[in-house]
Ligand binder design. Structure first.
Ligand SMILES: Nc1ncnc2c1ncn2[C@@H]1O[C@H](COP(=O)(O)OP(=O)(O)O)[C@@H](O)[C@H]1O
Ligand SMILES: [Mg+2]
Length: 610
């Protein structure tokens, strides 16, 4: 080998060039990284599955924030990577870290506390939760992690909306932390509403505003809405809102305040309503025979002894109706076999008939008591063998249970005095009208001042609507038409379905659970609204798949909800006690993940609750 300087030099060049070639050629900025907001970091011993730290140059910190949706393009195959593309969401940060020095380095701390300025260059850091790996157009659960030093891009508005899956025909509000992303639900699909909704939050959190705004949109989408309004708060929804802040918020969205068209307010016969003409107002009363005797017993809160006697009287009523030729008449026998007493009452049995039977029993047990007989046909047939014998059978050998009969009769009278049943003028709820597309029916119970009545009305409504909707749904399917969706909204749901009550009223709950199950198939969505979710039993929370959580500051309630609602990250839960009016955490099956949402203002008028 020659040994002059010239050759040595060219040798060195050659070696270096070879070395460069071996290492991938001349350095060029990676085109894959162009436009990247940040780069992924190496993992640390405390790194967690599904969470990736991303570093940002100082100038890019402003481009990424909480909830930003990002795409991470793991290094390409040519660069020794796997070329996988991931989608993720920023769940913490942006944090600021100094360059080349620890944030808690003594020199930084002592200069800062002594008021001196020592500001090293710094960079940003965010924590990204992986939503999945992009595979063709679908997002799959990730099996791997993005490699270190992979570029991270913040997605634009449209892409972000697609990843969050906020599309739908009913808008809830704006996603907080994103630039004008409208969070919607597909109210025309079975994935959300018929799987039932809970709207929870303290008084003043924004529940009624959310509910009334939804009803307006439901109507536009051809949904039939039935609202149980315990305070009469919604009875002026046909007028535009007068609230200054609502008007301001609406005008920002380019929406004019407006009332909801063609609402109809129903109220119990003989009670007041907060609605005023020209709003359509209609009275109603109930048929005792629509109420399952088990549900009736639940609602009356019968003791075991009273329960046994209630059913004795109920059975006697059936036989007396038959013996007196009232029901069933010829050709009606078949109906009886098809009846399910857990769901409905026995045709023609009235509360007054049970009271008459109870009165006659009591008269036999303690002679001298003068029963009030309410039904003319019972007055006339009191001495008739058929009736008299039946009363004897009811009593059997027991003549010592006067107090139980008295107590039962007292409860039946209490119910009778509510005047909800057995009116001379029958004003049945027109169930078929309630399930027509675009109808909004409000049941104003503000003057009932009795949870007993409210619960009976609700039980009756649920049952009646279920019956007509099942028929209507099946008919629509047969005719290959799209069935009309039905949504039933129950305000103050804790009063109807409270824990204490459900322990005692298992039949009533069973009925609700059955409607919830069947509603999924037959398009009935239940929406429970309450400021006291702590009173809702786990069984009820278990029926609900979508939640709108307005402000809740009770820590025990929050921790209970955590157990019932999956997928909400800790940082969102922490926000729940401090949400502003109208803000809510929304979790529904259609969204990729729960979101913090500034709920829409309402265009219509709500009344004050006193
Ligand atoms: N989406 C919203 N945007 C702005 N403000 C709201 C919103 N919802 C409610 N608010 C404000 O909060 C107040 C109480 O709301 P409301 O719906 O009556 O709460 P709740 O029914 O939970 O008691 C409203 O009068 C309104 O001023
Ligand atoms: Mg309210």
């Amino acid at each position: 080998m020659e040994n002059n300087g010239q050759t040595q030099k060219s040798d060195l060049h050659e070696i270096i060039e070879k070395e460069i070639l071996n290492n991938g050629g001349e350095w060029a900025s990676d085109p894959n990284c162009e436009g990247a907001t940040g780069m992924t970091m190496f993992d640390l011993p405390n790194s967690e599955d599904n969470l990736v730290s991303v570093l940002l140059p100082m100038s890019n910190i402003k481009n990424i924030g909480a909830h930003s949706i990002v795409e991470i393009r793991s290094r390409s195959k040519g660069n020794g990577g796997d070329g996988k593309i991931y989608r993720g969401i920023v769940v913490a940060g942006p944090f600021h870290d100094p360059d080349g020095i620890r944030a808690d380095a003594p020199i930084l701390i002592s200069t800062t506390i002594n008021g001196a300025i020592f500001l090293p260059n710094f960079h940003g850091r965010v924590l990204v939760e992986l939503l999945g790996e992009l595979n063709e157009d679908a997002i799959m659960p990730p099996r791997f992690r993005p490699l270190p030093n992979s570029p991270v891009f913040v997605l634009g508005k449209e892409e972000t909306a697609k990843v969050l899956n906020v599309q739908g025909n009913v808008s809830l509000g704006q996603a907080i932390g994103h630039d004008s992303i409208d969070v919607c639900i597909p109210a025309d699909k079975k994935i959300v509403l018929p799987r039932h909704t809970g709207i929870l939050g303290t008084t003043g959190g924004g529940k009624s505003t959310t509910v009334s705004g939804l009803i307006d949109q439901f109507q536009q989408q051809g949904i039939a809405t039935i609202l149980i309004d315990t305070e009469g708060e919604y009875t002026h929804m046909d007028k535009p809102t007068e609230a200054g802040n609502m008007k301001k918020l609406l005008s920002k969205k380019g929406i004019d305040p407006h009332g909801i068209q063609n609402i109809k307010v129903y109220h119990p016969l003989g009670r007041e309503t907060r609605a005023e003409a020209p709003t359509a107002i209609s009275e109603f009363n109930l048929k005792f025979s629509n109420l399952s005797p088990y549900a009736a017993a639940d609602i009356l809160g019968l003791t075991e002894a009273q329960f046994i006697r209630f059913f004795k009287a109920y059975d006697a009523a059936k036989v007396i109706l038959k013996d007196l030729g009232i029901y069933p008449k010829k050709g009606q026998e078949k109906e009886i076999f098809e009846m399910d007493e857990f769901e409905t009452g026995y045709p023609h049995i009235t509360l007054s008939l049970l009271i008459d039977i109870g009165g006659l029993v009591l008269e036999k047990i303690s002679p001298g008591t003068e029963p009030i007989i309410l039904n003319q046909f019972m007055k006339e047939n009191k001495a008739n063998d058929k009736v008299a014998n039946r009363i004897k059978i009811v009593i059997g050998g027991n003549t010592d249970n006067e107090s139980s009969w008295k107590a039962l009769l007292g409860k039946l009278w209490q119910l009778y005095r509510t005047q909800m049943f057995d009116k001379a003028t029958e004003k049945e709820i027109p169930f078929n009208d309630l399930i027509q597309a675009g109808t909004v029916s409000i049941f104003d119970l503000s003057d009932s001042d009795s949870t007993l009545i409210n619960n009976i009305v609700i039980a009756n409504l649920l049952r009646g609507i279920q019956q007509v909707q099942e028929v209507a749904y099946d008919k629509a399917v047969k005719e290959e038409k799209s069935p009309t969706p039905v949504v039933i909204i129950i305000e103050e749901a804790h009063e109807f379905l409270s824990k204490e009550r459900i322990n005692k009223m298992s039949n009533l709950f069973e009925q609700v659970a059955r409607i919830a199950r069947r509603g999924r198939k037959r398009w009935i969505g239940l929406m429970f609204v309450t400021q006291l979710p702590q009173h809702l039993p786990d069984e009820v929370l278990g029926l609900i798949n979508s939640f709108v959580l307005h402000k809740i500051n009770d820590a025990t309630v929050v921790s209970r909800l955590k157990r019932s609602i999956g997928g909400v990250e800790e940082s969102l839960w922490n926000k729940l006690p401090n949400l502003a009016q109208g803000q809510a955490i929304v979790s529904t099956p259609s969204l990729t993940r729960p979101l913090l949402v500034a709920m829409n203002p309402t265009p219509c008028k709500l009344l004050m609750v006193d």
